[in-house]
Structures are given as structure tokens and as C-alpha cells.
Write a protein that binds this ligand. Structure first.
Ligand code: C2O
Ligand code: CU
Ligand code: CU
Length: 462
């Protein structure tokens, strides 16, 4: 079986890129200016070996897990012909891309759901380079939970002197024999969300990933889990943060512990030791203790590299700077109906448990659109004052735009760009952006169960 082979190859630990890259349906034209990327992508039921005791029925992009990595170039046309081979409707969302609204992949809000057997041509250019990802935006607890998550890498216009290593983090709700535990448990959904039981990096449990000795690595961490926060750390001062959620930071910062909520990414620069066989563990910190998620191991480089010195900053993306003096402020309060029971007598989940500005998106099928949370004027600057009035953290994500985090009452902020902000319990934060992308943009928590039980809305820019 082809899939099996792929998974085995990955387990053997190929250097760096141990993930399948999506084959180009057509080769990209080389004429200057007309370079483009064409892919064919499916979503389909498949089998994969995640648990040690048996195969699992997964949903896989091109029938694979990990999903193929989609690579494109900043500013060049990317075309993905998507074929829905699931037995239910879906749409595909390109997380973090400042995209055309009609390509954003939100059912009923930006496009009709793609029925089983249906196809949809996603066609857009990515204005920003960086680490992004793609996933369905329908029946997400199950579709994402069972494997439909993949990396979308947008390469810089000018090549960077880094060796890419993709680290796709996803936990699974599986028993040891490979069968599923319930993907969502109501009492957990109304707290921090239901955690997985088997943690994987690139589809493997605690893998050892071979990396070329002496090379400068760009570790692209993607938290593609439905629920979990990873407090990423290498417990050394050798790694530097170079980008947060796809957006480069102006000057690389030493990576101490970086909280990375569901949907969020982190790019870290790291120069590998020159000796062969050195192992470098990577941790999710729980307080002072580190849970190892995977380790790097140096092997002889395939090609001779020059000695690497320093961690260069990545080129900054063309995000417009908001005019803070003229910006209009809007406030968003994230609340919960904490005193209420999260499910009724029949055990049915309450779909309006979490609230944004006292409203839930209770028709989670999106068949009846609620009013937008706010309507913004195209081209104007806005400050969103966010208040997490719940005793739980929420990674709050905005589609179609990249915003600047200005301040928080819980930590010192050096303003940075992102598409998702991890709000701690009771935290207040301010974010700002130029409303330069017209359309209807989802604004939601990326803990998938929170989103499905109310913590989701949209803003309109017109
Ligand atoms: Cu990853 Cu609605 O987003
Ligand atoms: Cu998104
Ligand atoms: Cu949440």
C-alpha cells in the first residue's frame, strides 16, 4: 500500500523534509512574471498508523497523513483544484493568508459548501511569505480531528539562507488499538477543550528528526491540533524566534518558552552543532518541567555547507501600518455561560455556551448567517479591545487580515504581527490593523470545540 510506504519512509527520518510535498499538476511556467503553482488536492477517507496497536480510519488530504505540504511563492499565483472525496460537504480555508474573500473557504459566508464528489478551484496569490496552514471549515471537530490539517509554506521572493524543517503538531483522540475515543466531551468543551491522547509530530509519536550538522535550520512549528497549547522551548539559548504565526519579527529574539495555541505557528532559527549524532530535544513546558515532543539529531549534510554564523532576520511582509491616532476602537468581550449546563437532559451540546459580545453563533452549520459582529469601513484603521472574561485561554483568530498586537494587561508586549492571539484567562489586549481587505471575515476561537459552541462570529469590511 502506497500510504503505508509513505508513512514508513517518514518514520525512517529523511533529512529535514520528511513530509510529502504535493506534486504539481502542471509544472509552473518559468517565464518571468507568469510563474504559478498548480496543485490537485483531495480530501478522502484513508487509513494511517498513528497508534502503536493498529491502523486508524482517518480523513486525509490526498489520502495521507501528514498531509502534503503545499509550497508557493510570495506574490505568485497559487491554484488548487480541490476535489471532495469525503461523504460529507466541506470547504478548505487557508489560515493566515490575506486572501480574496471568495477564496477564504468558509461555508455559506464566502462560498457554498462543496458537496461530496464536488470540486472547487481555489485561486489566489499570497502577499506574505511565511508558515501558514490549511484545513476545512466544516464539521471541524471531526474533519480536523481526524487528520485534515496541512502546512502551506509561502517562500520569500528572495531565497533565505535557512534549511527548512517542518514540525506539524497534532494530537489524536485514539485508543492504543487505533480506534477513536469520542472527539469531544461536553464537560471538556466547556473548559479548555478535549485533549488528545496520542501526540504526534509529522504523524509520528516523539520522532527523532534527522537534520544536517552545521546547518542553519528554520524550524517551522505548526500547532494544527484542535485544542492543545504548546509552550515550545528548546531549553537552550541557541534558538531564536524569527517569525510568529507566519509574520517575521524585525529582530530575532532568543526562544525561551513560546506559548503556541491551536492554529498558531512559530518559526525558530537554530544553528546545528557541527558534530554528527548530536541529539537536541524539543519540549512543551508544563511549568518547570518539559515534556519532550520530538528531537532533532544531526547527520552528515548531503551537500557541503559553509560555516553558518548568526541568525538573520527574515524580510518583513508588506503589512500596512495602522494609523493609531485616527483609528476607531471597538470592543469585543469573550464570555461564557459558566453557570449553565453545557448540555441538555438528552446530552445534546449547547451551541451557545460561549459568547462574543453577548452573542453566540448558535447555528453552527452557517445556514443562517447572523449579523456581523461589526462592520468596518474599507481602508480605515481599527483598534480592537479584546477582553477574555472567562477563566480559560482562547486563541482568537481573525481571517483575511494580519493584525498588530499592541498591548496586554498580563504581559509586556513588543508589538508584533499575527493572525491569532492567545488570550489568557481574564486577559485584556489591544490589537490594531488597517481594514484593507473587503469581505466577510471570520473572527473566532481556534479551540475547535469553543468555536463550535458559540465562540465565533464575523466582521464585514466594506
Ligand atoms: Cu484556521 Cu477559521 O481558521
Ligand atoms: Cu483562518
Ligand atoms: Cu476558546
Amino acid at each position: 500500500m502506497k500510504r503505508r510506504t509513505l508513512i514508513k519512509t517518514a518514520a525512517a527520518g529523511l533529512i529535514g523534509a520528511n513530509l510529502p510535498t504535493l506534486t504539481l499538476a502542471m509544472s509552473s511556467a518559468n517565464k518571468a512574471g507568469s510563474e504559478h503553482y498548480d496543485y490537485i488536492l483531495t480530501a478522502e477517507p484513508a487509513k494511517a498508523r498513528i497508534a502503536s496497536g493498529g491502523d486508524s480510519d482517518i480523513l486525509g488530504f490526498n489520502g495521507q497523513f501528514p498531509a502534503p505540504v503545499i509550497r508557493a511563492k510570495q506574490g505568485k499565483l497559487l491554484r488548487i483544484k480541490f476535489i471532495n472525496k469525503l461523504d460529507e460537504a466541506t470547504t478548505i480555508h487557508w489560515h493566515g493568508i490575506r486572501i480574496l474573500n471568495s477564496m477564504d473557504g468558509v461555508p455559506n459566508l464566502t462560498q457554498p459548501p462543496i458537496p461530496p464528489g464536488g470540486t472547487f478551484l481555489y485561486e489566489f496569490t499570497c502577499p506574505d511569505a511565511g508558515t501558514f496552514w490549511y484545513h476545512p471549515h466544516m464539521n471541524s471537530v471531526e474533519q480536523l480531528g481526524k487528520g485534515l490539517v496541512g502546512a502551506l509554506i509561502v517562500e520569500e521572493d528572495t531565497p533565505q539562507d535557512y534549511h527548512d524543517v517542518i514540525l506539524g503538531l497534532k494530537d489524536w483522540r485514539l485508543k492504543n488499538d487505533g480506534s477513536y475515543l469520542p472527539l469531544s466531551i461536553p464537560r471538556e468543551a466547556f473548559r479548555d477543550g478535549t485533549l488528545g491522547t496520542i501526540a504526534t509530530v509529522n504523524g509520528m509519536q516523539k520522532p527523532t528528526i534527522e537534520v544536517p550538522a552545521g546547518e542553519r535550520l528554520r524550524l517551522r512549528f505548526l500547532n494544527m491540533d484542535n485544542t492543545r497549547v504548546f509552550n515550545l522551548s528548546m531549553r537552550s539559548n541557541a534558538a531564536y524566534i524569527i517569525a510568529i504565526d507566519g509574520s517575521p519579527i524585525a529582530a530575532p529574539l532568543p526562544l525561551d518558552i513560546h506559548p503556541t495555541g491551536a492554529g498558531m505557528r512559530l518559526d525558530a532559527g537554530f544553528i546545528c552543532p557541527e558534530e554528527i549524532g548530536v541529539e537536541i530535544p524539543i519540549f512543551d513546558m508544563k511549568g518547570r518541567f518539559g515534556v519532550e515532543i520530538c528531537r532533532l539529531k544531526t547527520v552528515a549534510p548531503k551537500t557541503k555547507t559553509t560555516k553558518k554564523v548568526g541568525i538573520p532576520a527574515l524580510p518583513i511582509n508588506p503589512i500596512p501600518a495602522p494609523d493609531l491616532s485616527a483609528a476607531e476602537s471597538l470592543s469585543f468581550v469573550f464570555e461564557w455561560a459558566g453557570a449553565l449546563s453545557p448540555s441538555d437532559a438528552k446530552g445534546q451540546v449547547d451551541h451557545s455556551f460561549w459568547l462574543i459580545n453577548r452573542r453566540a453563533w448558535s447555528d453552527h452549520s452557517h445556514q443562517h448567517l447572523p449579523e456581523p459582529l461589526a462592520t468596518l469601513s474599507l481602508g480605515k484603521s481599527y483598534i480592537f479591545e479584546l477582553h477574555n472574561a472567562t477563566p480559560h485561554h482562547h486563541p482568537i483568530h481573525l481571517h483575511g487580515l494580519i493584525f498588530t498586537v499592541l498591548e496586554s494587561d498580563k504581559k509586556d508586549i513588543t508589538p508584533f504581527h499575527t493572525d491569532t492571539i492567545l488570550l489568557e484567562k481574564n486577559e485584556r489586549a489591544k490589537i490594531a490593523f488597517v481594514a484593507d481587505n473587503p469581505g466577510k471575515w471570520m473572527f473566532h476561537c481556534h479551540v475547535i470545540e469553543h468555536m463550535k459552541t458559540g465562540l465565533m462570529g464575523y466582521i464585514t469590511i466594506a
